[in-house]
Design a protein around this ligand. Sequence first.
Ligand code: XMP
Length: 317
Amino acid sequence: WVRNTYYALVEAELEKYRGVEGPVIAAVSGGVDSTVAAAVARKVLGDRVIPVLVDHGLFREGEVEEVVEKLSATGLKPLVLDERERFLSRLEGVVDCEERRRIIGEEFAKVFDQVMEAEGARLFVQGTTYPDIVESGGTVVADRIKSHHNVAGLPSWFREKYLVAEPLKHLYKDEVREVARMLGVPGYFVERHPFPGPGLAVRVIGVFTREKLEVCRRASAIVEQVLRRHGLLDKVWQAFAVVGDDKWVGVKGDARRVGYVVIVRIVESSDAMTADYFKPPYSVLDEVSREITRSIEDVTMVAYAVTTKPPSTIEPC
Ligand code: XMP
C-alpha cells in the first residue's frame, strides 16, 4: 500500500492538468526521475505526451545512444535534440559552477521553449524530486546548497509562459524507485545511479574547457568499467571522476609530462542528503588508477576522495 500511496501522489499531481488540451512535452534524460515522470504522464494524459531529450554534450560516454534505445524499448521513444554546441560554447571558460548551472538552466529553457512553440504545447512535465527542491533552497530549507538546474534554473519567464507539472516533487529517490517498480519501468532505469541534470559540467573544477570535459568523460567511463568488472557498481550510490586545474609532473614513456590530476569519487548513500565514501579493495583502486593513466595521455595522477557528506557534498561543485 505504501507504493500505492506514492503512486497516488504522483498521479494526483498530473490529474490536475488533465483538462489542458494539446500536446504535452516531457523532458527526459534517461534518469529514473524523468523516466517515471514521463511514464506516469503517458498513463494519465495519453499519447499526446512527447518525451524530449536535449543533448547538452555533458552526458557520459555512449549515454545518449544507450538511453534512447532503452527509452524506445519502454515505449517512450524521445525526440532527441542535438544542442551540444549551444551549451558547450557558452560554458567554455566559465569558472563558477553556479554560473554554469544558471547558463545550462537558461539554455534548457530556451530549447524547450522552442519545442513547446513548435509543437503548440502549453504543458511541460519534468521529474523534479523533493531533494532537488530542498537542496536548491526551495520552500523548505532556507540556506541554499546548490541550485539544481531543474528547479532554480528554470527561469520565471518559462513558468509564467507555460504550465509546469512536477509530479515527483513530494518524493525522495527511493520512493521514485518504488513507483518505477510498480509501473514496470525496466531495471535499467530503476537501478541507475543518480546523475546531475547539468551532467559533467559539475564535475569539472575551475575553468571549464572541452579538454577537461573529455578527460572527465573518459576517466568516469573507466571508473564505471572497473567497478562493474568487480561487481561493485550496483552496490554504490554514485561513482565518477572529477578534473580540476591542478597539474602533476609525470613520466610517460621516457618523457617528462605535466598532466591533470583526476579525483575519483565513489560514495554510498540512501538519499543523497548524507553520504559516506566507499572503501573498495586497494587492488580495485589500483586498477582504476592504472587504467586511467594508461588510457588518458593527459593524466599523470589519480587521487581518491575520502570525505563524507557532510562536510563535503557528493559532486565537487
Ligand atoms: P550534492 O553534490 O549536493 O548532490 O551532495 C546531491 C545529489 O544531487 C545530485 N546533484 C544534482 N542533480 N542537478 C541535479 O539534477 C544538479 O545541479 C545537481 N548537483 C548535484 C548529485 O549527483 C547527488 O546525487
